[in-house]
Design a protein around this ligand. Structure first.
Ligand code: C2E
Ligand code: MG
Ligand code: MG
Ligand code: MG
Length: 285
């Protein structure tokens, strides 16, 4: 379209772009509303299991949003919008407080894992937020784990690492999420003493049919062992996946085979009601 408009005119603001921006603004407003009214936002939990003891070592909090018209929307879609609009700060605080308050009630005393995104890192707010969630809930710091992806460390890496160091000084554990999918994975392991490496589910799922993916899983597991770090295989969906990641030496596993992300008991009724309303699946991968 830009070309058709003439050699020297560049239509940067195409109708298509305008449409997309309007759509995003609408999404933002609905999210803002959900956050203000505390409706339609949930934290689901998925178990992470020790291969040897078969105990649940941690539960990862995964945010879920039921949009009034569109139904369940994946965090992969709305977290980026929340990051761009700045809503992520409030969402992140809500998730942290909810996760810590929930974990205090768990009888198995599993840890709780909380995802933080790029915008929550590197501006000095993470440690105060974590501390306030710990204090408000009374959760012991060693039962909280913060998951950061490699891509979250892409910008202002030194500031991000400083924030991670502060929470680690509080006694909170730090996990490197989606390992292997970002840039300079090994450099990240050198730059920070992560407590846990989570091998991205894409390697795990491909490992059964592609020996090179199995090799990558195995090498990362070896690396974890030598570093004295837990290695979690994400995205374990079948018995074949499970057998393979165990034989490659992963120490913990997570995936649909072992347990899907599920709502808290207190949210079951509300979630069932929204599910019954249709417009989408409860499970978003
Ligand atoms: P993640 O932290 O890497 O989480 C793992 C994702 O894989 C989750 O998707 C989970 O539901 C999905 N999953 C778990 N087991 C399986 C499996 O066996 N097979 C497949 N195909 N998928 C599996 P989800 O819940 O849609 O979340 C996507 C991403 O959104 C997360 O990736 C995380 O980066 C982000 N996210 C989720 N909750 C939060 C949150 O509270 N705050 C922030 N900042 N980000 C969040
Ligand atoms: Mg995660
Ligand atoms: Mg992951
Ligand atoms: Mg991910």
């Amino acid at each position: 379209a830009a070309k058709a408009a003439g050699k020297r005119t560049y239509r940067v603001f195409s109708p298509d772009l305008e449409q997309r921006m309007r759509e995003k603004l609408r999404l933002e407003m609905k999210l803002r509303h959900a956050l203000d009214e505390k409706t339609g936002l949930f934290l689901f939990y998925q178990p992470i299991i020790d291969v040897r003891t078969r105990q649940v070592t941690a539960q990862e909090g995964l945010i879920r949003w039921h949009h009034p018209k569109r139904g369940w929307i994946s965090p992969a879609e709305f977290i980026p919008t929340a990051e761009e609009s700045g809503l992520i700060d409030e969402i992140g605080t809500w998730v942290l407080h909810r996760a810590c308050a929930d974990a205090v009630t768990w009888e198995n005393r599993a840890r709780v894992a909380v995802n933080v995104s790029a915008r929550q890192l590197g501006n000095g707010t993470l440690a105060p937020n974590v501390l306030s969630a710990l204090v408000a809930s009374g959760l012991s710091p060693d039962r909280l784990e913060i998951e950061v992806t490699e891509s979250a460390l892409l910008h202002d890496e030194l500031d991000c690492l400083a924030d991670l160091r502060r929470i680690r000084d509080l006694g909170v554990r730090v996990a490197l999420d989606d390992f292997g999918t970002g840039f300079s994975s090994l450099a990240h392991l050198r730059a920070f003493p992560f407590d846990k490496i989570k091998i991205d589910g894409s390697f795990v799922r491909d490992a059964v049919t592609r020996p090179e993916c199995a090799a990558i899983v195995g090498v990362v597991a070896d690396l974890g062992r030598r570093l004295g770090v837990t290695t979690v295989a994400e995205g374990v969906e079948t018995q074949d996946h499970l057998d393979l990641v165990i034989s490659e030496g992963c120490t913990e596993v997570q995936g649909y085979l072992l347990g899907r992300p599920a709502p808290r008991a207190q949210d079951l009724a509300a979630v069932a009601r929204l599910d019954a309303g249709g417009a989408g699946l409860r499970q978003s991968a």
